[in-house]
Design a protein around this ligand. Structure first.
Ligand code: NAD
Length: 250
């Protein structure tokens, strides 16, 4: 059990990669708080699955882009599960819109959830972690943190921000015994992109650009997340682990 007696908080943990990571952590011994914004039923079913593994689990509602809700979420997790050893900043939203057509509201929605949310939860959780002089933070970034893609200006800018937030937080928290790293998936089929992937032209074009010719599943990020969460990566901080079937090497 690589995460025995650890407590993890996974934002956006009711579906997709967040859910897979929450369950993967529980299989390795962790108690897990599953954050959700609107999918209460799915969050509660993830909690049931985790409890069936013999771990403690709670569902916690909060919009990660709102500071008050984030602080209340962190307080509730600490009160219920005692502490937070591992934070996975996974919550995110994506829209495909040409740069010339992105509205101010759409820009704000993407940046508030993906980048500001990552900052707010990191700060609130790190304030607790520093008291115990230990902790691990994993930020779900994307290959979009370093490559450009059409119609993804706001989303990829948010991920570029997460890349730098990861380095900044890793540096400022290193003296407190806290490690901070980013996980950068390539194309993983989830609710976020299922409709796009169902379109033959989108699927064929994207696959043509992926050296391994594979579209990933949420399970594909679980092992890399476990590595970053566990002591196996105890000397790893401020770095970016790409899980992208070779996408960023070309
Ligand atoms: P998903 O839509 O299945 O999961 C995202 C989760 O975040 C959902 O449960 C959603 O409800 C939650 N969420 C959204 N806004 C929130 C908010 N304001 N507060 C709390 N929760 C919120 O998608 P996914 O593909 O599993 O995405 C997980 C993360 O991985 C995201 O950060 C995404 O940007 C990133 N990512 C996805 C891919 C991909 O190909 N699917 C690739 C690279 C990175």
């Amino acid at each position: 059990m690589r995460l025995a007696e650890k407590v993890a908080l996974v934002t956006g943990g009711s579906r997709g990669m967040g859910r897979a990571i929450a369950l993967g952590f529980a299989r390795e011994g962790a108690d897990v708080a599953v954050n959700y914004r609107s999918h209460e039923g799915e969050a509660l079913s993830a909690v049931k699955e985790i409890q069936a593994l013999g771990r403690r689990a709670i569902a916690v509602k909060a919009d990660v882009g709102r500071g008050g809700e984030v602080r209340a979420m962190v307080d509730r997790v600490i009160q219920t599960l005692g502490r937070i050893d591992i934070l996975v900043n996974n919550a995110g939203i994506m829209k495909r819109t040409p740069l010339l057509e992105i509205s101010e509201a759409e820009w704000d929605a993407i940046l508030d959830t993906n980048l500001k949310g990552c900052f707010l939860v990191t700060q609130a959780v790190a304030r607790e972690m520093v008291k115990r002089r230990s902790g691990v933070i994993i930020n779900m970034s994307s290959i979009g943190q370093q490559v450009a893609a059409r119609n993804m200006t706001h989303y990829n800018t948010s991920k570029g921000g997460i890349a730098q937030l990861t380095r900044q937080a890793a540096l400022e928290l290193v003296d407190h015994g806290i490690r901070v790293n980013a996980l950068c998936p390539g194309l993983i089929e989830t609710d976020m992109n299922r409709q796009d992937i169902a379109q033959e032209e989108f699927r064929a074009t994207r696959l043509a650009g992926i050296p391994m010719k594979v579209i990933g599943t949420p399970e594909d990020v679980v092992g890399p997340a476990l590595f970053l969460a566990s002591d196996e990566s105890r000397l790893v901080t401020g770095t970016h682990l790409f899980v992208d079937a070779g996408l960023t090497m070309i």
